[in-house]
Design a protein around this ligand. Structure first.
Ligand code: NAG
Ligand code: NAG
Ligand code: NAG
Ligand code: NAG
Ligand code: NAG
Ligand code: NAG
Ligand code: NAG
Ligand code: NAG
Ligand code: NAG
Ligand code: NAG
Length: 878
């Protein structure tokens, strides 16, 4: 106790000392602060004695001008700073905001900053702060925003945090806090954001006094070991917009005293516990939730129709609990609902026709419940729906003919239900990738029109009562999975389906015949009556394709001439990030046919130029769509040029005119991985291939997570992986979207690669690029390394991409070892199978099933030592 009292006393003495000496100017205070900081990357070079008079213009500094130029804000985030955070800064008598986030400060919580009496915001997120939160944290009583997230702070949250009564934001997420969360929140009357998420060692009930925080808008407590029930008091959280309690050990029971709100509930099934019902009722009275995430807990009970008050709800996630009762019909007609996830519960009830009113609905997952209803016509009217899965339920009746009419519908899984009737003609499902109707009671014939769905890749019709032949037209599809086992099909199986698919996908149809099947076909069996039609279609496609090329060529010619003219007018501007001795003129003149290498991707050709100094550089020529002003173009490219990673190609500078942008990259000896794989004598050791894979994965992980701003590559393919003389891989052509602008980037990608097999299946329908898309493309590269095949390769009979090629084979028992590159010794088989497994996970159709790049790095790195035991089963899709 005595120590706790003397400490503040000592501090105030020190403080008084500083104040008395505060004759020093603001600039001197800042320079003293800088002196204890290690600025290895020299980002604070503007902070110098020489420019002391203009300290308000120093990096990260903002001042007020009245009464005088006093420093109010210091924002030094993401500058790779380390060293000591010195309390000298507290002599700035107007300092209000201090942001040191995303640096490398490696020390305990800098308690001495509590001397900064005017400080309102302290942001130390994403550093290496360690140790416990001391009781003296209470000295930060004036703070409004305290952010320690993403550090290594451990131990209990002390009761003394309760004195921080001015807090509006408290973020202690992503640390190593443990123990019980004290009940001190009643004091936080101003709190708007509370984040204690991802503290895996907390073992606590939810403090009930959180419910007193009337202003609270965001409550983020996910993945933090909370157990017990949601306290009744949470009904008081009327301003909540985001509630995330997912991935804890929470459970639900009937609250003992529900007071008057219980009256509302009598009409519902009182045999079930009611916790979630009135709970949601309460919190949607005010502003209304936007994101509600309760998934992966042990909640039981039901959710009542009072959810209809949550008119702002967009994301509803209650999957993986033990919830039961009627699924609330009201949810389906909430005006803003986008995501409904309720799989793996025991809900009953129906999918009502009013689902057609959910105009924003994108994704529905209801698998493994007890829904029993028809599939409503209304479903086909929701224009934004791209995923609907309701497998393992009791859905019955016929499939409405419009069930996949949404123009973006991509994944439908209705397997393990009781659907009957025929499979309707599906004409509109232009984006359908995966259709599973397995284990129902569907009858009739397989409609040949399925073959007209341009991107259908996974088709599972097994376990029904389908009759008639397998339509010949299905050969036109690039099916990776086609399962019709255990039906009543008959007739000749189309040749390419027999040769390309495992026999198990045809079994259980005694009437089917063909080579390799139990029955060979007698002559009377119907033959390929549609062959003529197929040939005609092919011919038409070729003509259309030819025309397309002509148009492209004409366009290129026109463009080419225009840019030539511009060149001569000499309006080029050159910017270097490295000392290069070359002029605009040298560059522009050097970009000729002779210096060009490769055919160039959609974005433009690469030229290799020798500089007067003898150095070689690679120059990529892009079209300048004018998406940026000259200044912001420079800023964007500078962002990319600042990246320093051994697996990412350096940008040395650029040169641009109104028409073109030349990006100057470092030159790498060995060319691209794509060129190498393309060669008939491609023969890299397994060890080298694995090193390439790990390097590429590390480069991507760095771009996505470590580099600030986080970047997506968006064009990962083996042609964009360059190799240095030691075969160290380096990614190039990254984040071109930032240079070209999103619209131009997308249309350029589309012009070449709608069908590029490096693109994830969701590429067509997801508006936003995602990390998972990069992961998919990486998986394709990994498949190339494991199999030694090019991603896109024309087979003698068919052109098929590598993902499908591999998937088809690993479905067969022992098929996995057959896809491995035969040029590599069998002694590496275990490791290669491990890498294959990772590649298959990366190329999963479902984005959320793909691992993160960090997980991929770790998995690849652990391959040689562990040996990995693999069991590959495509259907479970990992
Ligand atoms: C960050 O600083 C460390 C040393 O503290 C240095 O090795 C590293 O290169 C720096 N990174 C950047 C991006 O400046
Ligand atoms: C800045 O320069 C003054 C004299 O010009 C000197 O007294 C002072 O120590 C210098 N400050 C720093 C931090 O170098
Ligand atoms: C700070 O920068 C602004 C604009 O960049 C300029 O107008 C001002 O003169 C600078 N102040 C000092 C003291 O250099
Ligand atoms: C702290 O800084 C980080 C990095 O700029 C930012 O993402 C975060 O939102 C800030 N925290 C608060 C509470 O403003
Ligand atoms: C609430 O704050 C007051 C003064 O700020 C303090 O004395 C009290 O201990 C705090 N209550 C809790 C529960 O922390
Ligand atoms: C809830 O939020 C609204 C608007 O953001 C605000 O006006 C209101 O005061 C808040 N309610 C409470 C109890 O703080
Ligand atoms: C949930 O509780 C179980 C034991 O009941 C424990 O093993 C597990 O770690 C807990 N999970 C979390 C997220 O706390
Ligand atoms: C809700 O969650 C989604 C996905 O996590 C996120 O993009 C969105 O910003 C969240 N909404 C709000 C209001 O934070
Ligand atoms: C279905 O959900 C239950 C929990 O309600 C779970 O125990 C079971 O494993 C799930 N079944 C499948 C096939 O996922
Ligand atoms: C469809 O659902 C079943 C049962 O939940 C599951 O086993 C299967 O993997 C799913 N198929 C696809 C393609 O998602």
């Amino acid at each position: 106790m005595a120590a706790a009292c003397t400490y503040p006393f000592l501090l105030s003495l020190i403080f008084a000392f500083f104040v008395l000496n505060s004759a020093s100017s603001e600039a001197d205070i800042l320079l003293t602060f800088k002196a204890s900081i290690e600025d290895s990357s020299n980002y604070l070079s503007s902070w110098s004695n020489a420019s002391a008079s203009s300290y308000c213009n120093w990096t990260g500094i903002a001042c007020i001008s009245t009464p005088s130029r006093f420093v109010t804000n210091i924002n030094l985030q993401s500058l790779n700073l380390s060293g000591e955070i010195s309390p000298s800064i507290c002599q700035l008598s107007y300092l209000t905001h201090l942001n040191l986030a995303d640096n490398l400060f490696n020390q305990p919580i800098p308690l001495h900053l509590s001397q900064c009496s005017t400080l309102e915001t302290l942001n130390l997120s994403n550093n290496l702060i360690w140790g416990t939160i001391p009781d003296q944290i209470s000295q930060f009583g004036s703070l409004k925003v305290l952010d320690f997230s993403g550090n290594h702070v451990e131990g209990k949250i002390p009761e003394s945090v309760g004195s921080l009564t001015n807090l509006q934001v408290l973020n202690l997420g992503r640390n190593l806090l443990s123990g019980i969360v004290p009940s001190v929140f009643g004091n936080f009357t101003e709190l708007v954001v509370l984040d204690l998420s991802q503290n895996a060692f907390l073992g606590s009930e939810l403090p009930s006094d959180i419910g007193k925080l009337e202003k609270l808008e965001q409550l983020l407590l996910q993945s933090s070991g909370f157990h017990g029930e949601i306290p009744n008091s949470f009904l008081g959280l009327r301003n909540l917009t985001i509630l995330d309690l997912s991935q804890n050990n929470l459970s639900g029971k009937v609250p003992q005293t529900l007071g008057s709100s219980l009256e509302k509930l009598v009409s519902f099934d009182v045999s079930q516990n009611m916790l979630l019902g009135p709970f949601l009722d309460g919190i949607c009275n005010g502003k209304g939730l936007i994101n509600l995430s309760l998934h992966t807990n042990f909640f039981t009970g039901s959710i009542t129709n009072s959810i209809n008050q949550c008119i702002n709800l967009e994301r509803f996630q209650v999957q993986n609990n033990g919830l039961s009762g009627e699924f609330p019909n009201a949810l389906w007609s909430l005006p803003k609902i986008k995501l409904i996830r309720a799989e793996n519960n025991r809900f009953s009830g129906e999918i009502p026709d009013t689902v057609s009113m959910a105009a924003q609905l994108e994704q529905v997952q209801l698998d493994n419940n007890s829904f029993s209803s028809r599939i409503p016509q209304g479903l086909g009217l929701v224009k934004s729906l791209y995923r609907f899965s309701a497998s393992l339920n009791g859905l019955y009746g016929e499939l409405p003919p419009n069930f996949c009419d949404s123009p973006v519908m991509s994944i439908v899984n209705l397997s393990h239900n009781s659907l009957s009737g025929q499979i309707p003609e599906l004409k509109k499902c232009r984006k359908l990738v995966s259709l599973s109707l397995a284990d129902n009671s569907l009858a009739g014939e397989i409609p040949p029109s399925l073959a007209d769905l341009p991107v259908l890749t996974y088709l599972d019709l097994s376990g029904n009562s389908l009759t008639g032949p397998i339509p010949q037209e299905l050969q036109n599809l690039k099916l990776a999975l086609f399962n019709v086992s255990f039906n009543k099909l008959s007739g000749r199986v189309p040749d390419s389906l027999i040769s390309g698919l495992p026999a198990s996908f045809l079994e259980g149809n005694p009437g089917l015949c063909g080579p390799g099947l139990p029955h060979s076909c007698s002559d009377g069996q119907p033959t390929h009556h549609t062959l003529g039609l197929t040939a005609l279609t092919c011919a038409l496609i070729s003509v259309a394709f030819g025309l397309g090329i002509l148009i492209l060529a004409a366009g290129f010619f026109v463009y080419h001439r225009r840019s030539k003219q511009k060149c001569q007018m000499g309006s080029w501007r050159l910017v270097f990030f490295y000392p290069l001795r070359v002029t605009e003129h040298d560059l522009v003149m050097g970009m000729n046919e002779k210096s060009a290498v490769g055919s160039g991707g959609a974005f433009g050709r690469v030229h290799i130029l020798g500089l007067p100094s003898g150095e070689l550089v690679a120059v990529k020529k892009l079209v300048n769509y004018g998406s940026h002003s000259s200044k912001s173009l420079k800023a964007e490219i500078k962002t990319l040029a600042k990246i320093r990673h051994r697996n990412i190609v350096k940008i040395l500078g650029f040169c641009h005119s109104d028409d073109s942008i030349f990006l100057i990259y470092e030159f790498l000896q060995k060319g691209s991985l794509g060129d190498l794989i393309h060669r008939p004598d491609f023969e890299l050791q397994w060890g080298v291939r694995l090193r390439i894979a790990i390097g590429v994965a590390q480069g991507l992980a760095y771009l996505q997570k470590d580099y600030v701003p986080h970047l997506l590559h968006r064009n990962v393919k083996s042609n964009n992986i360059l190799l240095d003389e030691d075969f160290e891989p380096k990614l190039t052509d990254f984040a071109l979207d930032r240079i070209l602008g999103e619209a131009a980037f997308q249309s350029t990608m589309a012009s070449e690669s709608v069908l590029s097999c490096y693109n994830a299946p969701e590429y067509g329908y997801c508006k936003k690029a995602s990390e998972q898309m990069d992961v998919y493309s990486f998986g394709v590269v990994l498949l190339e390394l494991v199999t030694g095949r090019q991603a896109e390769q024309a087979e003698p009979t068919e052109s098929i991409d590598i993902v499908k090629w591999v998937r088809r084979r690993v479905n067969i028992s022992n098929g996995a070892s057959q896809v491995l590159d035969p040029k590599i010794s069998e002694s590496f088989q275990k490791e290669m199978l491990g890498a294959l497994e990772i590649a298959l996970q990366c190329t999963s159709v479902m984005p959320e099933k793909r691992p993160s790049m960090f997980e991929v790095v770790r998995a690849l790195q652990s391959l040689p030592s562990t040996g990995f035991s693999v069991s590959i089963q495509f259907q479970s899709e990992h």
